[in-house]
Design a protein around this ligand. Structure first.
Ligand code: ASP
Length: 274
C-alpha cells in the first residue's frame, strides 16, 4: 500500500505560550490525521507572559522557566512535568556554560510536553539535526531524519531550533530558527505540506502598522518571500525557505488562533504556480 505523505506542522512560540494556546494546537493536530510530524518552539510571549522562555533560559533564570512549565503542565494535566523538569535542570546546571545548551531546553521541554499530551513519539532534535560550525545545515541531517521517521506511521513531536554541531555539542540556529528545523524535516520526508502555525493570518502585502490597505496574500513566490523576510517581515525566518527551495513542497503560513483564515501559501517551485 502506498504510504500517504505526511504534513509537517510547526507551531511557534505564541502557539505554545500557555495552556489555552496548547489546547488549540492539540485541536489543530486532531483536525487532520495527516498532521503526523510536529515541530515546536519553546513557549513564547503573549498577553499573559511578557518574556519568551528562550530569553529566560539565556539569562539563566531557571526558576521562572520551571514555574511557567509547572503551571502550564498542571493546567494541561501533563503527568511527567516534574520528571522532565528535573532532567532538564540537571542538564541545565551541568551545561550552564553553553548558552546554546541552555537555550535549547525550552524547545526540549515544549516537545516533551506536547508528545506526552497527544500520545506521540518524542524524537530529540539532537538525534536528527546536524549543524555545521558556521551555522549552516549539515547534509547528514536529511538522511538521519529519513532513517528515524520513514518506518514509523504514528505521530512524532520534535523540538525545533537546535541540533548537534560537528563536534557533537548542542548548537542552536539563529533566533526564530525552529522554522528552519521544520523546513529540514519537511524536505527529508518529502512532506505533502509544510505548515507554519503562528499568530497572524499570513503574509501581508504591506506592514499593517503603517499601511491601512495591508491585506493577507493568498500566495507568494519563494524568492519574493525570502526578500520580504530579509527586509524584516517577521512571519518566517529567511533561512527557513532554503531547505524547501525547488522541492515543490508548499509552505503554508497559518494562524493558530484564527482557523477561519486559510493563510498564505509560499510556492517553493517557481514552475508550479497553482
Ligand atoms: N525559541 C527560539 C526563539 O525564541 C526559537 C524559535 O522560537 O524558533 O528564538
Amino acid at each position: 500500500m502506498k504510504k500517504c505523505k505526511p504534513i509537517v506542522a510547526k507551531f511557534g512560540g505564541s502557539s505554545m505560550a500557555d495552556a489555552e494556546s496548547v489546547r488549540q494546537v492539540i485541536e489543530i493536530i486532531k483536525l487532520n490525521p495527516d498532521r503526523r510530524i510536529i515541530v515546536v518552539s519553546a513557549p513564547g510571549k503573549n498577553s499573559n507572559y511578557p518574556e519568551k522562555i528562550t530569553d529566560q533560559l539565556l539569562s539563566g533564570n531557571w526558576a521562572e522557566v520551571e514555574n511557567r512549565f509547572l503551571k502550564e503542565g498542571q493546567e494541561l494535566g501533563w503527568r511527567n512535568v516534574n520528571a522532565c523538569l528535573k532532567q532538564a535542570f540537571l542538564d541545565f546546571s551541568y551545561y550552564f556554560d553553553s548558552s546554546d545548551w541552555r537555550a535549547s531546553r525550552g524547545e526540549w521541554l515544549s516537545a516533551k510536553m506536547l508528545a506526552d499530551l497527544i500520545g506521540a513519539k518524542f524524537i530529540d532534535a539532537a538525534d536528527l539535526i546536524r549543524i555545521n560550525l558556521d551555522g549552516s545545515v549539515n547534509e547528514a541531517s536529511y538522511e538521519l531524519i529519513r532513517q528515524a521517521v520513514d518506518n514509523f506511521n504514528g505521530k512524532i513531536v520534535i523540538p525545533g531550533f537546535y541540533g548537534l554541531d560537528t563536534n557533537g555539542k548542542i548548537k542552536t540556529f539563529p533566533r526564530g530558527g525552529s522554522d528552519i528545523t521544520g523546513a529540514i524535516i519537511a524536505r527529508s520526508v518529502n512532506a505533502k505540506v509544510y505548515e507554519n502555525w503562528t499568530d497572524v493570518d499570513g503574509v501581508m502585502t504591506h506592514d499593517p502598522r503603517f499601511h491601512r490597505e495591508a491585506r493577507t496574500l493568498e500566495k507568494i513566490l519563494v524568492d519574493h518571500m525570502i526578500k520580504m523576510a530579509r527586509d524584516g517581515a517577521q512571519v518566517l525566518h529567511p533561512d527557513s525557505l532554503t531547505p524547501v527551495m525547488n522541492t515543490g513542497i508548499p509552505v503554508v503560513v497559518r494562524n493558530t488562533f484564527n482557523l477561519g483564515s486559510r493563510g498564505t501559501v509560499v510556492i517553493t517551485d517557481q514552475k508550479v504556480q497553482n
